[in-house]
Design a protein around this ligand. Structure first.
Ligand code: NAD
Length: 479
């Protein structure tokens, strides 16, 4: 079993930080530093068969044994978070190394394990009925490029805790770091006495491998974390599916808020991993009477204010016009701008700033592209509103009915309640940065699969189970 020592980790991280002096990339979708990654297959059917063998092995285990594997996954995730953070940024070109490291620590620390699986007992005149949370079998999971290894590890912990095997079809743009995480889970399994191959992935994931996965009879549950296209595809597969789709989280700031704190919290949340998390602040609706002060506070916290002309110029770069299948021209975010640093984006419109600039802010009207599109980059439009009714109406429209995440800074309980009720999102964060909503500086467990469309919400092990009932009529009561 190839467990990595701390000295080796240090050496690897140093070599990545130095820019890998050999000039060659030290990883691929099947290897890392000359070490073969475990559980990676060229053929989806073979991967599913291997994941099924993993499932059979987990079924034969006690819950305590499963928990030992999960403890080892947590330990390796903490130890190797720097490697995955570096690799994630290097491979995708998106996000911030330090923030990705923190995201891995969050997953290791706050993803629920087997304690999330709770049986119910009901007794009465007619005896005892047990309801237990059983595994589905082999889960087919599709994962995004924005939180790649974080999602693979978070899904693995929850799905294994629930007793499932897993086959991943990760985002092709993040396949190396995703497969590194698959290998990490398998190394943890072997080290804790589990099977050598517990979870599986593809050498080269494609739409075709995803489609084989979706229709394979051995796949009993599909879990999809990604944009609207893939969630739609999975939900129309005819199988039980959990869909964690796109958001466009609005923030309302009213005139009762602590504006100093709101300015800092919004910039901290919006810039976390360069705005890649689907829960991150994407557009602000600020009461006119506090908007100037809010903008100043944002500037004090690393935001750079651009004017309307610059905003239009930037919008023409970060959004690309494409013709969709129906022959209609639509705007989509430019992949080469998603998750990029603010200074890199500003350079595209000829503005030169240093790395202390974390975020680009601008005042826009409601219909501006920056408000309407889920950009996933540190650009934050601010729309002035006159009152809470206007703020709520526009914020709900900007959320596009995704019912994903919304934020508000206010001390007025009526305003907070009115927005929470109207927007109907899975996550609603009050007076804190967005990441408090996934347990980072807020109470509650974490997940990187927030299932709004299918209703599981902040997924955890129990989301990947099916309920089974066992009835003993007329006995097994002690009263
Ligand atoms: P994406 O939609 O481009 O890709 C997600 C995955 O789906 C990838 O593995 C991709 O290869 C695959 N895919 C795309 N279309 C497919 C299809 N028709 N059939 C099968 N597979 C397909 O996502 P991304 O850019 O990596 O991630 C960003 C998007 O995901 C954003 O919209 C973001 O809000 C969303 N997201 C949501 C959550 C959540 O928990 N709700 C978490 C992370 C990301």
């Amino acid at each position: 079993m190839a467990n990595i020592t701390e000295a080796e980790i240090r050496k690897i991280v140093e070599s990545i930080i130095k820019g890998n002096t050999s000039g060659a990339k030290n990883y691929s979708s099947t290897e890392y530093n000359g070490r073969k990654l475990i559980g990676i297959y060229a053929d989806m059917n073979e991967a599913i068969d291997a994941a099924e063998r993993g499932y059979r092995a987990v079924r034969a285990m006690t819950v305590e044994q499963r928990e030992r594997i999960i403890t080892e996954i947590r330990r390796l995730t903490v130890a190797e978070a720097p490697i995955m953070a570096e690799m994630g940024v290097a491979e995708t070109g998106m996000g911030k190394v330090e923030h990705k490291r923190l995201k891995h620590l969050l997953v290791a620390d706050k993803t629920p394990g087997t304690e999330d699986i709770v049986s119910e007992a009901r007794t009465g005149d007619s005896g005892l009925t047990l309801t237990e949370m059983a595994p589905f079998g082999v889960v087919g999971a599709i994962t995004p490029s924005t939180n790649p290894s974080e999602t693979v590890i978070c899904n693995s912990i929850g799905m294994i805790a629930a007793g499932n095997g897993v086959v991943f079809n990760p985002h092709p743009g993040a396949i190396c770091v995703s497969n590194y995480a698959v290998d990490l889970v398998n190394r943890a399994s072997a080290a804790a006495g589990g099977p050598e191959v517990l979870v599986c992935s593809m050498v080269k994931p494609t739409m075709e491998t995803a489609s084989i996965m979706q229709s394979h009879p051995k796949i009993r549950l599909l879990v999809c974390t990604g944009g609207p296209g893939v969630v739609r595809a999975v939900l129309s597969s005819g199988k039980k599916a959990i869909g964690a789709g796109a958001g466009n989280p609005p923030v309302i700031v009213d005139d009762t808020a602590d504006i100093r704190k709101a300015g800092k919290d919004i910039i901290d949340g919006c810039t976390f991993d360069n705005n890649l998390p689907c829960i991150a602040e994407k557009e602000v609706f600020a009461f006119s009477n506090i908007a100037d002060e809010l903008i100043s506070e944002m500037q004090r916290n690393g935001a750079y204010l651009i004017n309307a002309e610059q905003a239009d110029k930037l919008a023409a770069i970060v959004l690309e016009e494409k013709t969709n299948k129906a022959g209609k021209t639509v705007k989509t975010v430019s992949r080469s701008c998603v998750g990029r640093d603010a200074d890199v984006l500003l350079a595209k419109i000829g503005v030169s700033v240093d790395k202390s600039v974390r975020c680009i802010i601008c005042e826009t009207d409601f219909m501006h592209d920056f408000v309407q599109h889920e950009l996933m980059m540190p650009i934050l439009p601010i729309v002035r509103v006159s009152n809470i009714e206007e703020a709520i109406e526009l914020a709900c429209k900007a959320e596009h009915g995704n019912r994903h995440t919304a934020h508000m800074h206010s001390k007025n309980i009526d305003n907070l309640s009115a927005f929470a009720k109207a927007v109907e999102t899975t996550i609603f964060v009050k007076n804190a940065p967005s990441y408090a909503g996934i347990g980072f500086g807020g109470e509650g467990h974490t997940t990187f699969t927030i299932a709004g469309p299918t209703g599981e919400g902040i997924t955890s092990a129990r989301s990947f189970t099916r309920k089974r009932r066992c009835v003993m009529a007329d006995s097994f009561r002690i009263i």
